[in-house]
Design a protein around this ligand. Structure first.
Ligand SMILES: Nc1nc2c(ncn2[C@@H]2O[C@H](COP(=O)(O)OP(=O)(O)OP(=O)(O)O)[C@@H](O)[C@H]2O)c(=O)[nH]1
Ligand SMILES: [Mg+2]
Length: 261
């Protein structure tokens, strides 16, 4: 039975949280929400508790200190799987991912890919026909498109948008993905998850979304984060090729066959 959970990681999102949670509840009436807050100094965690006290479908995980988006998601996935939620959706708090487009991600997750395989993971994509960005400076667009193209090429990823954070997973897919082997805690987390999805042979499809630049609050993105992600992607690409050379008939062949964008 469908029991959707929308995971919203937060760090200093006090201005955005109430509105985004309300929009999620309006857009997908049966969705529960899990806010994962890393002890935001602006009081986002306390606001999340207040929202949870008014709405039984809202839950909160409080983490001791800012430890990165990836760490927050990994703890949330563990919680979600233990509680029996399915599917599990990732959503930013800053309004960049439109909750109103969530039904289209969830519908795609219930369908099949072009080869007729059931879908394990849906990516809300900016870089396929119908996808778009709003109010993004040109340099951010180039960085994102370039980063996606580089990761796609080095890791042979099945999607146009490799860094997108708007995603819907089947619970079973998260179980098959070897979350204990995902070690990236910061910005490269989304790419790391996609790479593990490919290695695990998950069926991945993209649906177009409109990505809106945050209006309130500050971005946590920095040049250091981008450089770190580039180095990591290169390292994963090298190790994955070496592994394939050592095991030419490993399960990766089937992974490539089953993953489609
Ligand atoms: N729990 C937790 N959430 C985080 C952390 N870093 C970022 N977030 C949240 O993750 C979501 C995405 O972060 P953003 O700052 O928007 O980063 P981004 O979307 O990659 O960058 P922009 O495009 O510049 O907005 C937001 O909801 C943040 O509040 C963290 O260390 N811990
Ligand atoms: Mg953002």
């Amino acid at each position: 039975m469908r029991r959707p959970l929308v995971v919203i990681p937060t760090y200093n999102e006090r201005e955005n949280l109430a509105s985004i949670v309300g929009r999620v509840r309006d857009a997908v009436s049966d969705a529960s929400v899990l806010v994962v807050d890393d002890s935001s100094p602006d009081g986002t965690g306390e606001l999340a508790d207040e929202l949870a006290s008014r709405d039984a479908a809202v839950h909160v995980l409080h983490r001791a200190c800012k430890a990165g988006l990836g760490a927050a998601y990994l703890e949330a996935f563990e919680w979600a799987l233990a509680q029996g939620f399915d599917p599990i959706v990732q959503l930013d708090a800053d309004g960049s991912h439109l909750p109103e487009q969530m039904p289209s991600l969830l519908a795609a997750l219930e369908g099949t890919d072009p080869a007729g395989e059931p879908v394990d993971l849906v990516i809300g994509s900016r870089w396929i026909p119908g996808g778009s960005i709003e109010n993004w400076p040109r340099h951010r667009e180039l960085l994102s498109r370039g980063g996606s193209a580089y990761a796609r090429w080095v890791l042979q990823l099945p999607t146009r948008d490799a860094t997108a954070g708007y995603r819907a997973f089947r619970a079973e897919a998260l179980r098959r993905l070897h979350l204990d082997e995902v070690h990236t805690r910061g910005y490269g987390f989304q790419v790391d998850m996609l790479w593990h999805a490919r290695e695990a042979g998950l069926t991945v499809v993209e649906v177009p979304v409109t990505f809106v630049e945050r209006v309130q609050g500050r971005s946590k993105m920095s040049l250091g984060i981008v450089v770190e992600a580039m180095f990591k992607v290169t390292g994963w690409g090298i190790s994955s090729r070496l592994r394939r050379r050592r095991q030419p008939t490993s399960s990766n062949g089937s992974a490539t066959r089953r993953s489609r964008a």
